[in-house]
Design a protein around this ligand. Structure first.
Ligand code: ASP
Length: 339
């Protein structure tokens, strides 16, 4: 039987590091090096390997991922595996998920332990990602699954996966929804399909708007006794310091400290501002608490409700909407189905 053709696109990250003369790890390896380190890949798939960049994922940008999505759209392969750093995997994978609507698997994988350490996870993660991309259930449900992240033998939906630890090998989890599938021996065991109605609806708004200009989005993280002065400063600065939108990492079900409320109102009047749960995801409240900085008042005052999206995911969606030139009311419509 013909093996599936899997195109590997390497961006850099820990998975692609090697030590320099001082012992510091540098992102120097390319896609061919990664493939060479996993001879078993050849028995699973016809592999094509391409080096896109050799950078840490903390230095990737929206433009690069938009360009990567365009490249992926043009590939003839049966499945695509992107290797990159773990620092931004939860963001880049969601951006790819918003930009791509393919009926073939697109998977992002990475490594927590670099190749110079005992038991690095990069080779195992790459093999697992390719296995997932080749799996008949995954291929049959590729559209329904959307872009996936494969780490440590689990498969996660890009909209939900989070990096939950800075250094541990089991650093990834979908805390709200759990994994979509698990790998055991050489099998992929399906466990769930994600609910993607909000993403499908968002795509309809975004359709047709391509190659827009970058639209930087600021994140303001709410915390005990926050004054809101940074929000006020950005709102009153010339051109809002270049920011076209903002995300507020809100407390609890969608609250900010009362003393920050002047800043919240100013930033929301200046640029489209989304409220998202700093608790890490899960739907926000809409109509429970009263008071000046409650969800009821914030919603009345033009704050856009991020629903279940983690603030980092809300920022990805907002940048994508603003880059596409969507109006404030269209942005509100895009976020509404997220809960
Ligand atoms: N700094 C690295 C990166 O994101 C970390 C990693 O890959 O785990 O590129």
């Amino acid at each position: 039987m013909q093996k599936p053709r899997i195109h590997i696109l390497a961006l850099g990250g820990t998975i692609a590091t090697s030590p320099d003369a001082t012992g510091a790890m540098q992102m120097g390896l390319g896609a061919d090096d990664l493939v060479r380190a996993v001879p078993l890949l050849a028995s699973v798939a016809e592999i094509e390997a391409e080096t896109v960049s050799r950078v840490g994922s903390h230095s990737l940008g929206f433009d690069q991922i938009n360009a990567l999505a365009a490249k992926i759209r043009g590939l003839k392969a049966d499945g695509i595996v992107v290797t990159q750093g773990t620092d931004t995997t939860e963001e880049t994978s969601f951006l790819l998920d918003l930009l791509l609507d393919l009926d073939k698997p697109v998977i992002v994988t990475a490594a927590m332990r670099n190749p110079s350490l005992t038991s690095p996870d990069g080779p195992g993660n790459l093999l697992a990602a390719v296995r997932v991309a080749c799996d008949p259930w995954v291929r049959a449900h590729a559209k329904a699954l959307g872009v996936m992240v494969v780490m440590l033998d689990e498969v996660y939906a890009a909209a939900d996966v989070l990096k939950v630890h800075p250094t541990r090998i089991n650093a990834f989890a979908s805390t709200q929804t759990g994994p979509l599938a698990a790998l055991v021996e050489d099998r992929v065991v399906p466990m769930s399909l994600p609910v993607r109605d909000a993403i499908t609806a968002a795509r309809k708004h975004l359709a047709g708007a391509k190659d827009g200009k970058a639209a930087p989005v600021a994140v303001f993280w709410m915390s005990l006794d926050e004054t809101g002065r940074v929000m006020e400063a950005v709102a009153s600065a010339p051109d809002h310091l270049g920011y076209k939108g903002a995300v507020i990492g809100a407390m609890g079900g969608g609250h900010t400290p009362e003393r920050a409320i002047a800043g919240v109102h100013k930033i929301a009047a200046a640029i489209p501002t989304v409220v998202a749960p700093r608790a890490g995801g899960g739907p926000l409240l809409r109509a429970t608490y009263g008071g000046p900085s409650s969800e009821i008042e914030l919603r009345k005052n033009g704050l856009i409700w991020g629903g279940r999206l983690h603030p980092l995911k809300a920022r990805i969606l907002l940048e994508t909407c603003l880059r596409a030139g969507l109006s404030r009311s269209a942005v509100t419509e895009v976020f509404d189905p997220f809960g």
